[in-house]
Design a protein around this ligand. Sequence first.
Ligand code: IPE
Ligand code: IPE
Ligand code: MG
Length: 237
Amino acid sequence: MDSEKRPLPRHVAVILDGNGRWAKAHGVPRAMGHKAGCEALEKMVEAAARMGLEYFTVYGFSTENWKRSEEEVGALMNLFRYYMTRIIRIANENNVRVRMIGEKSRFAPDIIEGIDRMVESTKDNTGLNFVVAINYGGRDEIVRAARKLVEDYRVSGEDAGHIDESVFASYLDTAGMPDPDLMIRTSGELRLSNYLLWQLAYAELYVTDCLWPDFNQEELEKAIAAYNKRERRFGGR
Ligand code: IPE
Ligand code: IPE
Ligand code: MG
């Protein structure tokens, strides 16, 4: 273990990608890759809590992922059902507060109930904030925020000139959360895939070839070590 005390990023966001490639490499169906991905995720929640991160946000299902085959979407929904209950236990054992970003009304009623239970039963935990992005899309989030904002301003009759970045951000699903400092994508793809488009404006990006089911605390520490070597800039000189 590295005994040197390095600063931790406050907020790490992850695109957990590569479950399908992992399944292919192991000669098993895609659903098995997703199951292995869920197992890796459980371990990573514990690891992030243990490491003392404040926010750990993961992209579990995008607004575009509904376009996958019915079979794959169905398998993912069943994994959500199973792992949501396990996440509640893990969260409560590790003082983790679970939050959700994305639009939940498209899910089946029992999944919506499960999401509500995860959020409600962990809301008093004061350690890691584990944020799950499901049926999440950055553009969808921005459009939903704009809709709410317009509605509020129409009702209040306030001058739209008062809308600044912080007002707008308070309408996003991530209202009140710090922006990610570090964004990790597993499995090598150099894309944002509609993830946290507003919030990642100045995040440091880290892409690893490691497939998500193989991702672990050591890989997260490698990403944080790379982040710590960088000079962060926010547009100034
Ligand atoms: C990420 O793994 C999980 C989800 C998007 C739900 P993929 O299923 O995208 O895996 P690859 O990209 O096909 O390897
Ligand atoms: C992004 O991964 C979405 C999630 C990880 C949930 P995808 O595998 O769906 O993204 P693309 O298709 O490579 O852009
Ligand atoms: Mg993928």
